[in-house]
Design a binder for this molecule. Structure first.
Ligand SMILES: [Zn+2]
Length: 321
């Protein structure tokens, strides 16, 4: 195993001890136990991940359905999970322009609640320079384009809402060995920021990361590489620093829920009081019929004043054909 493989395997090895449940879409809230009285709800929001908006597939009617379903669920906020547009990683500028334009139109016309965005690997402009036909010195190269499109000051940030703290991570970094690949981890700068940010809050906290920090989806769906005595999940699929980040979350004691996307699959893993959820994909299988990935869906989350939450997967009602 090379160094990356070892780190990936270390993250995966921990999964066996974590346990977890593989959830399928249901219109019923997943863990809403009505027999248990709860304090007043602090916030209801939707986690929309992996939208992959493009004018070339069915994302316009599909996104309208998703916004309508979230409105019917009376969400007060949408927290996205990245991969907002189909792809700007390896696409040329004219196509990327079309995708961002449609995204802005859809959110302006069909979303009436505040939106907080998280960035995914497909939102990074031209990292694969040869395919995108960029040099890398353009002012909107890399993360700059998405930050400008979304009017964000920086890749990672935090904010408070209704008595809860939200941390938005940005963990996709270029693979130094291959310009068209990437690896997922927090740089020392972002990791130090995360530790300081968590130390400064006493509020129950939701973390969102495009790429999962802990997930069982790769081994469930056979996305791992199995060799004679090892199983490997690559660092473009799951964070390479899962063990470190879980330790930071445990030490804080404030982190209740860690949301991600990226795999277009659904799972829920609980470990040491931290719940890790992959919320599927609003686009399902990239706006095409699929038997491999989830159907178009989002997560509906209620946060309560006592630091508890409920989490359930909701079909958008759109079927890709
Ligand atoms: Zn995606």
């Amino acid at each position: 195993m090379n160094q990356i493989d070892r780190r990936s395997f270390a993250a995966l090895s921990g999964l066996a001890a974590l346990g977890g449940a593989f959830g399928l879409p249901s219109r019923a809230a997943a863990d809403d136990d009505s027999s248990t009285p709860r304090p007043a709800r602090a916030l209801r929001f939707a986690h929309f991940t992996d939208l992959h908006i493009t004018p070339d597939r069915q994302s316009e009617p599909g996104m309208k359905a998703a916004f309508a379903a979230a409105a019917a669920d009376r969400v007060e906020m949408i927290l996205t999970g990245g991969d907002l547009i189909m792809d700007s990683y390896a696409n040329k500028r004219a196509q990327v322009d079309r995708e961002w334009a449609l995204l802005h139109k859809l959110f302006a016309d069909h979303c009436a609640v505040p939106v907080e965005h998280c960035l995914g690997n497909h939102d990074i402009f031209g990292f694969c320079r040869s395919k995108a036909e960029l040099k890398g010195d353009e002012p909107d190269f890399g993360y700059a384009r998405a930050l400008a499109e979304l009017k964000l000051a920086q890749r990672w940030r935090s904010f408070d809402r209704n008595g809860w703290h939200f941390i938005v991570l940005s963990s996709v970094e270029p693979d130094p060995k291959d310009e068209c690949k990437y690896l997922c981890f927090l740089t020392p700068e972002q990791r130090a920021w995360l530790e300081a940010d968590l130390a400064a809050t006493t509020l129950p906290t939701v973390v969102v990361s495009h790429v999962p920090i802990v997930t069982i989806t790769p081994v469930i769906r056979g996305e791992n590489v199995v060799r004679e005595r090892e199983t490997v999940v690559t660092g473009d699929y799951v964070h390479l620093d899962s063990n470190t980040l879980h330790g930071i979350f445990r030490k804080s004691g404030q982190v209740k829920l860690v949301l991600s996307g990226h795999t277009h699959l659904i799972d829920r893993c609980e470990a040491d009081g931290v719940t890790y959820c992959c919320s599927g994909a609003v686009c399902g299988g990239w706006w095409k019929p699929t038997k491999t990935y989830c159907e178009p869906c989002y997560a509906l989350i209620d946060l309560f004043a006592d630091g508890t939450f409920t989490y359930g997967i909701r079909p958008t009602g759109w079927k890709n054909t």
